[in-house]
Write a protein that binds this ligand. Structure first.
Ligand code: FAD
Ligand code: FES
Length: 297
């Protein structure tokens, strides 16, 4: 087993043997030509429930040119209790280039997000980005399935909108602990997605039930590509079905990060590429990767 470091973003393409496709070909530019550290102004910052906050910033270009699946390194303010040293990576939740708006949805979990939660409307904060490689939709796809859990749904919402803007149908399987913590339902509903909410609360988030929903979508021709974010268990399920049913896919991965720019190598994860384990940086080679090459965490 050799181990190499990939320095190039890996996009989805044809199978190594040239037979069935194993990943969608990129149909859109996925990274803007420039990244900048800009000053944003907080225009809204509200709790959505006990755990999640929605942050809306007015920010100059290139920030509002971000694409689905890309992320920013956000400055997290210090508080009396918390002094986050590094910025924290956050996926784009929504970008509006016309009005110069970028939005984030985050779960308050530790030092950085507690600091972030303290920032008030009207204050400024720095955001570095857009960073990383975003989602791609295969040429000719008529319908895709997105499967997310928890805050992973925030990452998938802009992908669903990108698909709808191209006339691609969306089946959205939204997984959460309870009905109170399902994120982004209105975003998926607004684009006319077929929505399936699966919960730990009533047992519907069980992988066997999710597998049934995925198989049904594939059987009726609604699964030209699979996308997932937010759960190792669901990623493995989608990966297995993707291989079995020859459905290409992508996964948005997380890893703790420092620079976000490809220089410190603290975000490296292993990928299985044609039987060889390769190390790649989540910040610049991803965070969106081919589903069939991702390894469990
Ligand atoms: C590309 C990318 C996009 C992201 N998008 C979002 C988003 O849209 N919304 C959101 O809420 N979060 C997102 N995250 C996670 C986010 O960056 C923070 O790591 C997370 O919010 C915890 O930060 P914290 O400072 O509050 O917690 P910390 O105090 O830093 O950590 C709390 C605990 O979580 C662990 N931890 C921290 N970060 C990670 C990680 N990335 N993976 C695994 N374990 C970790 C720590 O080891 C510690 O045990 C994203 C991460 C990446 C890499
Ligand atoms: S965070 Fe520094 S290389 Fe990825």
């Amino acid at each position: 087993m050799g181990q190499t470091i990939s320095f190039q973003p890996v996009r989805l393409g044809a199978a190594p043997d040239g037979s069935a496709p194993v990943g969608p070909a990129a149909t859109a530019p996925v990274a803007p030509s420039h990244i900048a550290d800009v000053l944003g102004v907080v225009v809204s910052h509200v709790w959505l429930n006990d755990e999640y906050r929605h942050l809306v910033l007015e920010a100059p270009e290139p920030a509002p040119l971000a694409r689905a699946g890309q992320f920013f390194n956000l400055e997290c303010p210090h508080t009396a209790e918390d002094k986050p040293f590094l910025r924290r990576p956050m996926s784009l939740y929504r970008a509006d280039p016309v009005h110069g708006i970028v939005e984030f949805l985050y779960k308050v979990t530790g030092v950085g997000t507690r600091g972030l939660a303290s920032i008030k409307v009207g204050r400024t904060m720095r955001l570095l980005g857009p960073l990383g490689v975003g989602f791609s939709i295969p040429d000719g796809a008529r319908s895709i399935v997105v499967l997310g859990r928890g805050v992973g749904l925030a990452t998938l919402a802009p992908l669903a909108e990108m698909a709808a803007a191209r006339g691609v149908g969306v089946t959205a399987i939204l997984s959460a602990r309870s009905a109170a913590t399902v994120m982004s339902v209105e975003r998926f509903a607004a684009i006319g997605a077929t929505i399936q909410i699966v919960l730990d609360q009533d047992g519907t988030s069980d992988p066997a039930n999710v597998e049934r929903i995925l198989r049904e979508a594939a059987a009726v021709g609604r699964a030209d590509a699979f996308y997932t974010c937010g759960s190792n268990r669901l990623m493995l399920l989608m990966q297995r079905l993707g291989r079995e049913l020859s459905i290409p896919g992508e996964v948005a991965l997380e890893q703790q990060m420092a620079c976000g720019l490809g220089m410190c190598f603290c975000c490296v994860r292993n990928f299985s590429v044609d039987g060889v384990v390769e190390a790649r940086r989540v910040c610049t080679d991803g965070p969106v990767f081919r589903l069939d090459e991702a390894m469990p965490w």
